[in-house]
Write a protein that binds this ligand. Structure first.
Ligand SMILES: CC(C)(COP(=O)(O)OP(=O)(O)OC[C@H]1O[C@@H](n2cnc3c(N)ncnc32)[C@H](O)[C@@H]1OP(=O)(O)O)[C@@H](O)C(=O)NCCC(=O)NCCS
Length: 157
């Protein structure tokens, strides 16, 4: 759709085209956010978080996912943790500037010193009030660490 037609302030007659938004996949459409759960984190990406195409950087999402996942890990470890592994990461749908992005983080496994957390991410398209899309799924492992940054045995649950 042309956004700027040939005008006196556009002597070259340039036509600016609004990028098409990718179609939402039906498998990832959910009518509402997960019920009975509180997000670990909710945040709205800003224009500085976008790439040249106007979509939010994957790296920004990864950073937020790491932060969200660390919250239940720190609680379970009752102290500091370090991210030892990103086991899986799936970007199912894009995130746009201005979306309200919610990160749900749940511990799925604990070991002697490690805590594995599943993080699910949903974007609420603020320009389309009822549209909520699952955008990312990830699994990360954190290790409880001591003051010397060495692995620490988890306290009793
Ligand atoms: C995290 C860290 C302290 C772990 O030390 P380590 O000597 O490698 O630890 P270990 O080999 O004893 O493993 C510790 C736990 O992590 C788990 N682990 C190690 N590598 C793993 C991997 N690739 N995937 C999943 N779990 C892993 C181990 O199974 C173990 O779990 P358990 O005790 O519950 O059985 C160390 O690797 C480190 O400092 N890494 C850098 C952390 C960091 O800076 N993260 C920020 C990103 S840059």
């Amino acid at each position: 759709m042309p956004r700027l037609s040939q005008r006196s302030d556009n002597p070259a007659g340039l036509r600016f085209i609004r990028p098409e938004r990718p179609a939402m996949t039906t498998s990832s459409f959910v009518p509402e956010l997960p019920s009975g759960k509180n997000p670990a984190l909710r945040v709205v990406p800003m224009p500085a978080d976008a790439n040249v195409h106007g979509d939010v950087f994957g790296g920004w999402i990864m950073s937020q996912v790491d932060m969200a996942g660390s919250i239940p890990a720190v609680e379970r470890a009752q102290g500091r943790v370090a991210t030892v592994a990103v086991n899986s990461f799936l970007f199912k749908n894009p995130v746009f500037v201005g979306d309200l992005v919610s990160f749900y983080a749940d511990i799925v496994k604990t070991g002697r010193t490690s805590i594995t957390v599943s993080v699910e991410v949903y974007a609420q398209r603020m320009r389309h009030a009822n549209e909520i899309v699952k955008v990312t799924e990830a699994t990360l492992t954190y290790v409880a660490t001591d003051e010397s940054r060495q692995p620490r045995v988890l306290p009793a649950a």
